[in-house]
Design a protein around this ligand. Structure first.
Ligand code: COI
Length: 361
């Protein structure tokens, strides 16, 4: 039970969407969590209220200078009707890392987790149970000062909204075609690449659009300085299996520290599969492809969990991976992570957090 949390329930609940056709992030539940911040006062007025539009001054700083951060995590309903969150502490840790980079005040992660548990409890009938579905939780913070001066805001709004979701990519677990981006960059060291902030995503859209025009689902990002080292794929972390060893780019300041990335590294180590975090150049990748040792490639993120890569296009070089099929390891990782998330596989790492059914305030 959370103290100081006001709950106002809606009088007009919405019809629930068809669980077989959810897509990603298209439907929103009946309630949301909000909390305000004012300098000198701190975070206050935590409340669960009916889902609906915000009223903001047109000069609100978030609209002009993008001072905002967000997170993404999921809730699952188990076969025996329990509700589980997956590693919410990692999201709160990262939220505060993003806050620090964006000059947004720190939040009390434990309080946000307890509040979002209350929200999920209220919305538990919205948690879909069809294969491959979950309730996506989107916490975010925006700068609300009505001011056009460029400086850190003094007022913020934190919100948590919930969306029943299916697969992130329409392809689902079908391997996607990826273009290695040779013009645009996503982030540079010293910038905001490691933070979950809107600008990183806004600046990636152009490359994504260009890739779509040429028939690719997404781009593989190379580093912003030498255009040589692999960083991320689309909005996900990326892994390669080369000659029995799994490689992923080391966190270098311009790569997001993914919760799924961390979970995969932990699982691979537990299974005794060698996993190495280091710089990986695109030349090295192509060489591994050419000598037949590039076995699998996949993106990882909360939204898609695992997104297998079936083809990589680098300048004039085409790499077709695993005959365009999902690899054995990619499938095993997907099955294990989603199995732990929905309570079908024993959670020996203590990653899941149960949303207890205590009485609401
Ligand atoms: C994720 O993989 O969870 C992401 O970050 C994608 C999200 C922006 C929808």
């Amino acid at each position: 039970m959370v103290n100081n949390l006001l709950v106002e329930k809606t009088n007009s609940p919405k019809a629930k969407p068809d669980q077989k056709n959810l897509g990603f992030g298209k439907y929103f539940t009946d309630h949301m969590f909000l909390m305000d911040y004012t300098e000198g006062k701190g975070w206050y007025n935590a409340r669960i209220v009916p889902y609906g539009p915000f009223s903001l001054d047109p000069s609100a700083m978030v609209f002009h200078y993008g001072q905002t951060v967000f997170e993404g995590l999921k809730a699952y309903k188990t076969a025996d009707d329990r509700v589980l969150l997956f590693r919410p502490d990692k999201n709160m840790e990262r939220l505060n890392i993003s806050n620090d980079r964006l000059s947004i005040p720190q939040v009390d992660g434990d309080f946000i987790i307890e509040s979002l548990k209350e929200l999920v409890k209220i919305e538990k009938d919205w948690i879909p149970v069809e294969e491959g579905t979950s309730l996506y939780i989107r916490p975010f913070i925006i700068a609300t000062d009505a001011s056009l001066g460029v400086h850190a805001a003094h007022n913020y709004l934190l919100a948590v909204i919930l969306s029943p979701v299916g697969a992130y990519y329409p392809e689902g677990l079908k391997p996607v075609r990826i273009n290695v981006e040779s013009e645009f960059v996503r982030a540079v060291r010293g910038g905001t690449g490691f933070a979950k902030t809107a600008g990183n995503y806004a600046s990636s859209l152009k490359a994504q659009e260009e890739a779509h025009k040429s028939g690719y689902s997404q781009v593989l990002w190379l580093d912003g300085i030498q255009h040589k080292y692999i960083e991320e794929v689309g909005s996900m972390n990326v892994f390669f299996k080369i000659n029995g060893e799994v490689l992923t780019p080391a966190l270098n300041g311009s790569i997001l520290n993914g919760v799924t990335r961390d979970s995969i590294i932990t699982l691979l180590k537990d299974w005794g599969i060698p996993v190495v975090e280091r710089q990986i150049s695109i030349e090295e990748l192509y060489e591994a492809y050419s000598n037949g040792t590039l076995e699998e490639a996949f993106g990882t993120g909360t939204a898609a969990v695992i997104s297998p890569i079936g083809e990589l296009n680098w300048l004039d070089h085409k790499m077709i991976l695993n005959k365009g099929e999902i690899g054995e390891l990619s499938q095993k990782l997907y099955d294990t992570i989603t199995g732990i998330q929905n309570g079908e596989i024993e959670d020996k790492f203590g990653w899941t957090v149960e949303v207890e059914s205590v009485k609401l305030v």
